[in-house]
Design a protein around this ligand. Structure first.
Ligand SMILES: [Fe+2]
Length: 186
């Protein structure tokens, strides 16, 4: 894939890369809000056995925020405006609005809302992979190396979210309640 894209874009201005960076930037911004919403729900309802702790959710939120900053800097290095709404950013903004709506909906409980994290993290993982391929094709090796680190974080997020959802499924299968006493942060 890298070679094919590389041949096509040789010598062209990085418009496609800027669009995809804008798309990822928008998604990481939404991801930060998504985890914020889940932290608020956790504070209101509490977690469950085998589910995330507040610290788990905070750590991922912080990763998403760092990724947002990484993308902002990448766009600035290319001389692009990180606040510009690129077509990709517009599209992903719409898509992530639905995901975020699940997390903020009070009638959907904390355990059920975890599904929104799975949707986000699956997209995140593929999104970073495509961005790494594209940055490599544009000869942005340093950028691609930075993005590989972010991709590793995202792989870990996905692993965690999957384990939380498996625990929830096991609890549901046993007919156990999936929320415990709210645990406020100190
Ligand atoms: Fe993530």
């Amino acid at each position: 894939m890298v070679k094919a894209v590389g041949e096509l874009i040789q010598g062209r201005p990085p418009a496609l890369l800027i669009d995809k960076l804008g798309e990822r930037l928008q998604f990481e911004r939404s991801g930060t809000r998504l985890y914020e919403a889940m932290i608020a729900k956790y504070d209101a309802e509490g977690g469950f056995e085998g589910g995330p702790s507040r610290a788990d959710l905070e750590a991922i939120r912080d990763d998403e925020l760092r990724h947002f900053d990484l993308l902002r800097r990448a766009l600035e290095r290319l001389g692009a405006d990180p606040t510009a709404m690129t077509p990709g950013a517009n599209m992903i903004g719409l898509a992530s609005a639905g995901v975020l709506a699940v997390a903020v909906e009070p009638r959907i409980d904390f355990g059920q809302s975890l599904q929104s994290l799975l949707v986000a993290e699956l997209t995140d993982n593929d999104g970073w992979r495509m961005l790494i391929d594209l940055a490599t094709a544009y000869g942005q090796d340093e950028m691609a190396a930075e993005f590989r680190v972010a991709e590793q974080h995202e792989a870990r997020h996905l692993e965690l979210v999957r384990s939380w959802l498996s625990s929830k499924l096991a609890l549901d299968a046993r007919g156990a309640p999936t929320t415990t006493t709210p645990q406020k942060a100190a």
